[in-house]
Design a protein around this ligand. Structure first.
Ligand code: UT7
Length: 355
């Protein structure tokens, strides 16, 4: 029986730095508010017309593949996690395959829509394929190009200031080294609050879930049976083609679910918070990460935070942060690494990896 190890990891952050002061120029917000409430100082934005979720994912993937010491043709399965895909369909999995130049048709590609916990979900899926011996090299990518889909008016400030662009990737391989690799993964979801952190248009809902929204909204549907549901001029004119979030509710749920799902993983493996050497949380808010750190009794050097520099890159935060921690020598052979995420859906999850 195999375990699954991370054989190579890569990340990509676009060059353009957007500071809180830059955002102050386009909407009613301020550096003090953003830093105090979230910890974020700046984030990166991709280059319009040149970079996409797929291209950023491909750059991170190339690094992960090289570090894993394999040829790209040896990748036998791709999992792509994103909430900001290049196209509504097909997904970024096949686009990244093309971008990487591996179009032999050998490897399958799967796109997953699990938002902030996309990377942890992807890791768990990959783990099932690798430990059963089905695949030898699974490429898992988390990438986001948020900047192209945010509301830069004051109306969108509670969401827009949080998010940034970037990508991270890992290559997962089987290992027979005793006790090493992914020890356990835990996935959860509850759709009760699906609309509380969501990007609902364009979509096929046609207003069906209206009762779930805080107040009924006019999406500009006409009496015609077909044609104006997915997207229409009214949506464009009224700023209805952007993400929305009930921040305080998400915050409240996050600080509850993070510790819960981490403890679940520790209990499953007979470990305790004292055994964790490095905790890499999904980077949603520095206050959330600090809360969880305290709850677990971890010292500052045992938690990797980089939201200050990159904001929330959703499915990409964990692999970007893990890559950074490894490059800094903060994760050593034999260390216990804990990953955890919570976000839209709501979906949440955790993983424990013995390095
Ligand atoms: O990774 C995905 C998961 N997402 C999260 O985990 C996010 C969780 N939630 C949060 O991190 C926090 O709720 C936020 C950082 C989003 C917001 O912080 P908050 O302390 O919960 O603020 P709030 O939403 O309760 O808003 C407080 C005030 C409001 O003004 P009033 O009504 O008190 O006058 C907002 O309109 O802050 C205002 N506000 C802003 N002011 C300046 C909201 N956004 C901004 C802004 N700049 N960008």
């Amino acid at each position: 029986m195999f375990s699954t190890k991370i054989a190579g990891i890569g990340s990509y952050l676009p060059e353009k730095v957007v500071t809180n002061q830059d955002l102050e120029k386009v909407m009613d917000t301020n550096d003090e508010w953003i830093q105090e409430r979230t910890g974020i100082r700046e984030r990166r934005y991709g280059k319009k017309h040149e970079e996409t979720t797929t291209t950023m994912g491909a750059r991170a993937a190339e690094m992960a593949i090289e570090r894993a010491g394999i040829k790209k043709e040896e990748v036998d399965f791709i999992i792509f996690a994103t909430l900001s895909p290049d196209y509504y369909f097909p997904g970024c999995g096949v686009l990244v395959q093309r971008e990487l130049g591996i179009t032999t048709g050998e490897a399958g590609a799967l796109d997953i829509r699990n938002q902030c916990s996309g990377f942890v979900y992807g890791l768990s899926i990959a783990d099932q394929f690798v430990k059963t011996g089905m695949y030898k090299n699974v490429l898992l990518i988390g990438a986001e190009m948020h900047s192209m889909g945010l509301d830069f008016s004051t109306r969108g400030r509670n969401v827009t200031v949080l998010f940034g662009d970037g990508a991270g990737a890992v290559v997962l391989q089987p290992t027979t080294e005793p006790g090493k690799g992914i020890l356990t993964t835990h996935l959860h979801s509850d759709g009760t609050f699906a609309e509380k952190l969501a990007f609902i248009n364009p979509g096929s809902h046609g207003g069906y879930h209206m009762g779930r929204m805080d107040e009924p909204m006019d999406f500009g549907y006409s009496d015609a049976e077909y044609g104006d549901i997915f997207v229409n001029q009214h949506m464009l004119d009224n700023g209805q083609l952007f993400p929305n979030m009930d921040g305080p509710l998400v915050f409240k749920m996050a600080v509850q679910k993070f510790p819960e799902v981490i403890m679940e993983a520790l209990q499953k493996t007979g470990l305790t918070p004292a055994d964790i050497d490095m905790f890499v949380p999904h980077q949603a808010n520095l206050r959330i990460s600090s809360f969880v750190q305290k709850k677990l009794g971890l010292a500052d050097h045992q938690v990797w935070n980089n939201i200050q520099k990159y904001g929330n890159t959703t499915a990409a935060t964990i692999p970007i942060a893990l890559a950074e921690a490894l490059e800094a020598g903060a994760v050593k052979d034999g260390d216990l690494v804990c990953l955890a995420a919570f976000g839209s859906g709501f979906t949440w999850g955790s993983a424990l990896i013995r390095w």
